[in-house]
Design a protein around this ligand. Sequence first.
Ligand SMILES: [Ca+2]
Ligand SMILES: [Ca+2]
Ligand SMILES: [Ca+2]
Ligand SMILES: [Ca+2]
Length: 281
Amino acid sequence: MNKKQFLGKVFFLFILIFTFSAYSQEAVKWDDETYISYFGDFNGDQVSDVLLLPLEETLAPKLVLGTEGGLKYSSVNQLILTSHINNQTVVAELVEIVVADYTNDGFSDLLIAFKEYNNAFLVAGSVNGLNFADPIKLYSNNELSVFDIGNFSFYAGNFNGDEYLDLLAISDNSKHHKVFHGKEGVNFELVQSKKNHFKWKNKAKTKVRIADINGDGKDDIIASSRKKGITHYVSFANKKGKLKKSKKLKAKLLNKEWNSDDFGLTVNDANGDGTLDIVKS
Ligand SMILES: [Ca+2]
Ligand SMILES: [Ca+2]
Ligand SMILES: [Ca+2]
Ligand SMILES: [Ca+2]
């Protein structure tokens, strides 16, 4: 082999390696019709990761560990998860999920409720991500009495301001809610269960957010209507970490509608005074 042939082969090899690494570094893409995405830092490296739960039983759930610099969600950091927890198939439409650090160790955890089976599991984040085969806790209706209110949505927040995260379950007709305070050992204690407490319309018409709006260290609820001309509501946590009756907020600010389907709505401390403001964009 002469020098020219040798260089030609080296160049070919280089192109091959380059093509292969470009292929293996492919960004993970997903669409809302195939997967529902849940973000959290499951492996505790301060970079957000994404859990993709399939909408079809034939697909497996995936966890993509985020990286900084270059592709955030790359196929080389994609883990295919087992499709079952406790022999129950994990399909996005059949479960209700809230990502939060319940164990208070810096790793995001996954609370996953199977409404059909009337049970829920806590899968803890670790350096390896999530392991569906080894949930750290099982909740039946005895440990988390939420399955008796029918179809519900879960939200995590800290309503009493202690060191443990709490849970709010709102029935999908929005009338009934239950508040559970988090306890040591990832237990939840039911502290409030009320029918007809919230006045807002159902989930399809209202967007519910959890944030400490009045800056007293206890999370509150803001329920904004998705359509124009419909009242928004706010519900504050009281001193004991229970939720007060919802109050009306005006549907118009400075004579402008701020329904959430037409505007991005964020709750943060925009003017730096230590209390949260509602920002329309
Ligand atoms: Ca991470
Ligand atoms: Ca955790
Ligand atoms: Ca709490
Ligand atoms: Ca508050």
